[in-house]
Design a protein around this ligand. Structure first.
Ligand SMILES: *Cc1c(COP(=O)(O)O)cnc(C)c1O
Length: 474
């Protein structure tokens, strides 16, 4: 086969293969196992040495489809509650295929005014959705980790400038350690972002008043005071992965204001609290943050590699990322934005397309309904486990997370962690529902998270059913 030029007529038929596989695959999601471990061995069919001649377009695509549709973890379906993983709405999925079809390079205005303008449009829509001022700067990122990197890079630039150093041009040499203060709810990706920025993964100081990690505001204030006017970064967490808990954003914004600190809010999924009046109180104050992180591939339900970063100072991103200095790159411009000047990527895909499609398709009301359905599912499961004699709800249900453990009568406390760890592993092995375990306040707990647009009450009930079936055997 060799040179793809010889197969240029095969592009559309190859897409037909995907199209034909899509319908039965999508229709199977409500019924099939989330993970069928018996099919894992199929993955081996994809291994082997680099093909010399190649099998040709159709054979390659057929094989990947055949293995993929069987051996995938079917996170797209309604029974995946592990981690915090969204699905892809029908419009988002099609929008993502369009991103592939058109294959725009969304880094530079000259390489795609279409992608650039669409990105500006969706960033505006997202600001509206979350109640952020339209003047905020923003950029789409591949993930919340990258959004944390983006926001904290802007924070680092601001902080270095306060010390008289241009960190973008000259780096960190000669600067003190960047003071980063947070609560015990801080996510590992904030640490990773700081690590990448040369500020150190383990430098985050956390101030908690209890073993659930909830913020100790007086201690946090004391630490800010002790900095004696030196600039610092406060990280507030909106939606934490164990229980859905959040820091008090307004109170932390007050502290940031009082002590002249940069406030970064990690709202990877918690930002969607702003979408419903029932939970909007949790997000109150985000408009006072200097930088905010959100995820697209979680509660927005667009395909993987989608996040967003917002900054209060609309020039902050350009100042942080716009300094390539390469002669062939255009300068920053308000209308004709080259988004590679606003974030850590250079060439990038048009991840605005799936976001545009899903927001166009379902609007603010559609997202409010979906978010509220998930709030209801989490609360429903919370009630079920709270009332059951063989379960223990470990934290109040917040947002889309229900944190609980299996606790059949008669099992001593000392054995519960081991029992729940084995239960967690057995649930994954079973594959009908997918849920992870975590350590919460020293207890091994299950923490199903409901963000996939397909999830309704019966899927959460199935989790209880599966546990009651598997649990007694353990
Ligand atoms: C998921 C998550 C992240 C990291 O998101 P990725 O998209 O996986 O990089 C960061 N913060 C919080 C609170 C999260 O839930």
């Amino acid at each position: 086969m060799a040179d793809p030029l010889k197969e240029q007529d095969i592009a559309a038929p190859a897409l037909e293969l995907v199209h034909h596989a899509a319908e039965p695959y999508l229709n199977s999601l409500p019924e099939r196992l989330v993970h069928d471990t018996a099919l894992d061995s199929l993955i081996e069919e994809l291994t082997g040495p680099l093909p010399e001649q190649g099998d040709g377009t159709m054979a390659a695509v057929e094989q990947l489809l055949a293995v993929g549709t069987k051996a995938a973890i079917h996170t797209a379906g309604p029974r995946f509650f592990h981690l915090v993983v969204g699905g892809a709405t029908p419009a988002a999925m099609a929008g993502d295929w369009i991103a592939t079809l058109l294959d725009q390079n969304a880094g530079l205005w000259v390489s795609s005014p279409l992608a650039s303008r669409t990105e500006t449009v969706v960033l505006g829509w997202l600001k509206e959705l979350f109640g952020l001022p339209p003047e905020f700067g923003a950029v789409l990122t591949p993930s919340a980790t990258f959004a944390n990197l983006t926001g904290l890079a802007a924070a680092r630039r601001w902080w270095a400038e306060r010390h008289g150093v241009d960190v973008v041009a000259d780096g960190l040499a000669g600067l003190p350690q960047l003071p980063v203060l947070s609560s015990g709810l801080v996510h590992a990706s904030t640490r990773k972002a700081l690590q990448i920025l040369g500020c150190g993964r383990d430098t985050v100081r956390t101030f908690s008043r209890d073993d659930a990690g909830r913020v100790d505001l007086p201690a946090l204030e004391q630490a800010l005071q002790a900095l004696d006017g030196a600039p610092a970064v406060l990280v507030a967490n909106l939606g934490e992965v164990n229980t859905g808990d959040s820091d008090p954003i307004s109170a932390m914004a007050d502290l940031a204001e009082k002590y002249g600190a940069w406030l970064h809010v990690d709202g990877a999924f918690g930002l969607f609290a702003a979408v419903s009046p029932r939970t909007a109180g949790l997000a109150r104050g985000i408009e006072r943050a200097d930088s905010i992180t959100g995820d697209g591939h979680k509660w927005l339900n667009v395909p993987q590699e989608s996040g967003f970063s917002f900054v209060n100072d609309s020039t902050a991103l350009g100042k942080t990322f716009g300094s390539w200095g390469a002669a062939y790159l255009p300068t920053l411009d308000d209308e004709q934005i080259s988004y590679n000047m606003h974030g850590p990527e250079s060439s990038r895909r048009a991840r605005a397309f799936p976001i545009w499609a899903t927001l166009r398709a379902y609007g603010r009301v559609g997202y409010q309904e979906m978010v509220e359905r998930h709030l209801d599912v989490a609360a429903h499961l919370g009630r079920v486990v709270d009332e059951a004699p063989d379960f223990e709800l470990l934290a109040p249900v917040q947002l889309c997370v229900t944190c609980f453990r299996y606790r059949p009568p008669g099992v001593p406390e000392a054995e519960l962690n081991d029992l729940n760890a084995r239960l967690g592993a057995a649930i994954l092995e079973d594959g009908r529902v997918y849920v992870g375990t975590t350590t919460y306040r020293g207890m091994t707990a299950l923490r199903p998270t409901f963000v996939n647009w397909r999830i309704t009450d019966p899927e959460a009930d199935l989790l209880v059913h599966v546990i009651r079936e598997i649990g007694p055997r353990l």
